[in-house]
Ligand binder design. Structure first.
Ligand code: ADE
Ligand code: SF4
Length: 343
């Protein structure tokens, strides 16, 4: 059975007009929003949840209120403002793209957005519909789940989702339609326990009629998570410490505590010896262990305190990964314990 597209579309948009979320990038007339804010928010939301994304978004646009401000800022300041958002290549691409936009103006079409660094098909469709009113359907996890349920399709492929989204898209209100599907997926048609009783499109939903809406779609098999072990050395304290620019496996590009990855054929002590040797430093004690999980990797970092080594830099001024903030917290916690301990 195929969906009555016009009715579903109208019910979805009426619901969105009543119950859509108020978010800091949703300002300005529908289909004509400020392209700068739309672009920054869509890049930010590529890998970041909306709840966290809104805080980071406010911080970022306060630091760089216009594309000119972003283009003329030093990369290091942008990485600092991006701190915590992860996937720093996105911040670097924003900087590069800002330079293009200042020279050539904001793109005015899907193809124009797609040509900028860091803007893939999903992001280009979102920006073109929200800022330009272009009829492009977005296809993200929320959209996939809602459409899979409406059609009771257990194994939706990417082309299938794209085709179902495109046929249901309202060409008169593409931006609102895209955000309506995102919001329905995020607030009503949630992964584990969809609130079908509050859903504006339940009358046409095949998964709802099946009695087992959460059975759609069937979960994809997860790619294995790679375990990475590393050792780091805190030379200094949580305010001033030796920092290095990371390269490779460990959050490449950001500043962080000097560290070495523990290779498959060595022990943690081997990696630590290599680190001490490289820095000309000695160990004073073990501070503890921190972990950091990303989509495809889980890093376990053992942190040591030490002496010697190169010059310290001010921690507050560097763009650090969350892993390094956790490592520095170990030092703070230890100071707290020392203060509590009897002399
Ligand atoms: N996720 C990605 N883009 C979004 C948007 N514009 N609103 C809400 N969630 C989103
Ligand atoms: Fe999702 Fe339930 Fe609405 Fe169907 S009726 S779209 S399963 S919330």
């Amino acid at each position: 059975m195929s969906l009555p597209l016009l009715e579903v579309r109208a019910a979805l948009l009426a619901w969105f007009d009543r119950s859509g979320r108020e978010l800091p990038w949703r300002v300005g007339p529908e289909g004509r929003r400020d392209p700068y804010r739309v672009w920054v928010s869509e890049v930010l939301l590529q890998q970041t949840q909306v709840s966290r994304g809104r805080v980071y978004f406010e911080r970022f646009v306060r630091a760089f209120p216009t594309v000119e401000a972003l283009a003329s800022a030093p990369l290091e300041a942008i990485l600092k403002a991006w701190e915590g958002c992860g996937y720093y290549a996105r911040a670097r691409n924003l900087h590069r793209a800002a330079g293009v936009i200042v020279r050539e103006g904001f793109p005015t079409s899907y193809a124009g957005w797609r040509a900028l660094p860091g803007v893939g098909p999903y992001t280009a469709a979102a920006i073109a519909s929200l800022a330009g009113g272009e009829a492009r359907a977005v296809n993200d996890g929320n959209v996939r789940r809602v459409l899979s349920r409406l059609h009771a399709e257990q194994r939706p492929t990417e082309p299938w989702v794209q085709a179902r989204a495109a046929e249901l898209l309202d060409p008169a209100r593409p931006g609102a339609f895209n955000e309506a599907l995102m919001d329905l997926g995020a607030t009503v048609c949630t992964p584990r326990a969809p609130r079908c009783g509050e859903c504006p499109v339940s009358a046409w939903c095949a998964a709802f009629q099946s009695g087992h809406p959460a059975a759609f779609p069937v979960p994809k098999l997860r790619a294995a998570v790679r375990e990475v072990r590393a050792v780091a050395l805190l030379l200094g304290d949580a305010r001033e410490a030796v920092l290095e620019r990371r390269a490779g496996t460990l959050l490449g590009g950001l500043m962080g505590l000097p560290s070495e990855v523990v290779a498959a054929d060595e022990t943690e002590q081997d990696a630590l010896a290599r680190l001490l040797d490289r820095l000309g430093a000695t160990v004073t004690g073990k501070l503890g262990q921190v972990t950091h999980a990303m989509t495809h990797r889980r890093i376990t970092l053992t942190v040591y305190g030490g002496e010697g080594g190169p010059a310290r830099t001010r921690v507050a001024e560097a763009a650090l990964s969350r892993l390094d903030h956790k490592a520095l917290d170990l030092w703070e916690r230890r100071q707290g314990l020392l203060l509590l301990a009897p002399a």
